[in-house]
Ligand binder design. Structure first.
Ligand code: GZL
Length: 322
């Protein structure tokens, strides 16, 4: 039964119930059920994203089935299959990597269960496999990081040696944040990415990889570009343990603008954080209700975001919601 037909059946049921004198509430209480397959709990951003989804589902009166895949694609696929078996009304997930989803998404389509992509997208030729993708423009986030650096270094005559902490290999944010950043800095040959490696979006790995970068190139490093705040915060510890001053000896740019980033900027240890909002819960719940009501949705819903240099961190911090 298609989703629209299911909505029609519910509304017809309500009409029939009221004519037959049955308590309409018997039909009206059919709660929508959303199955959400989360990436994991790898970062402050992800924790805030999970909180937004859980609190918004509660507020919207939507029954939420939630799973944490510990950043493993096979776990997300297992969770999606279990939601199909449970015949949930809508499935939503944030794909840990861009590829390898077509088979399970075709299973959801065959089961007539609509799918919503949140936060990260999939690299599929068949965009009929999902209703909409809501989340940030990661390429633009990378461009914002590049533009901030070009402006900061505009009077710098010599080479600007950059080390890069990439996000999870194969993930949309890692691929696109790299792409946007390189698109901007390639205009000036003084900018050179001398080392680039994944820190898997975690503090621990960010620290470990930065230790290796410092061991290899220490004093040569002018800039760290981290694809998220957690890796930048881990790297800040490594920089300090190496006897250098973060945000002074090494300019640090990161993305997300989570609480930890504001604390680091206020402490003078991080130069700038590009906002990437995890607060997708309300948008997701409204999309679930629209799908249930048979309303069409745009294929792409982009989250509007800004940039926070350390100079504004203290003023902005009290207003932050994540
Ligand atoms: C971005 C999100 C990324 C964050 C990281 O939308 O997918 O994953 O930037 C998180 O902090 O781990």
């Amino acid at each position: 039964m298609t989703f629209t037909r299911r909505a029609l059946v519910i509304s017809t049921g309500l009409a029939a119930a009221s004519v037959a004198g049955l308590p309409v509430s018997a039909f009206a209480q059919k709660k929508l059920v959303l199955g959400f397959a989360q990436v994991g709990a790898e970062s402050e951003w992800r924790t805030a994203n999970t909180e937004s989804i859980k609190s918004s589902a509660k507020e919207a009166g939507i029954e939420l089935k939630f799973s944490d895949a510990q950043q493993k694609q096979e776990n997300q696929i297992k969770a999606i299959r279990s939601y199909i078996a449970q015949k949930v009304d809508v499935i939503a997930f944030s794909p840990v990597v861009e590829t390898g989803w077509d088979t399970v998404l075709r299973e959801a389509k065959a089961a007539k269960i609509p799918v919503v992509l949140t936060d990260r997208s999939v690299n599929s030729k068949d965009d009929s496999l999902y209703v909409t993708f809501m989340g940030s423009d990661f390429v633009e986030e990378g461009r914002k990081a590049g533009r901030w650096l070009v402006e900061k270094m505009k009077d710098q005559k010599g080479e600007v040696n950059i080390v890069e902490l990439q996000g999870t290999v194969g993930s949309a944010p890692a691929i696109d944040r790299k792409k946007g950043f390189e698109e901007i800095i390639k205009a000036d040959p003084k900018f050179k990415i001398i080392r680039s490696q994944t820190g898997d979006f975690t503090r621990a790995k960010g620290k470990e990889v930065m230790e290796a970068f410092l061991k290899a190139d220490g004093k040569k490093i002018n800039v760290l570009y981290a694809h998220n705040d957690d890796m930048a915060i881990g790297a800040i510890q490594a920089i300090e343990e190496a006897g250098m001053k973060p945000a002074k000896d090494i300019t640090i740019i990161s993305i997300d603008a989570v609480k930890g980033a504001f604390e680091a900027m206020i402490a003078g240890k991080l130069n700038v954080s590009i906002e990437c909002s995890p607060l997708l819960g309300p948008q997701l719940m409204s999309a679930v209700k629209d799908i249930a009501a048979g309303k069409p949705l745009p294929k792409r819903i982009v989250t509007e975001e800004t940039i926070f240099p350390m100079e504004v961190a203290a003023k902005e911090f009290p207003k932050r919601k994540y």
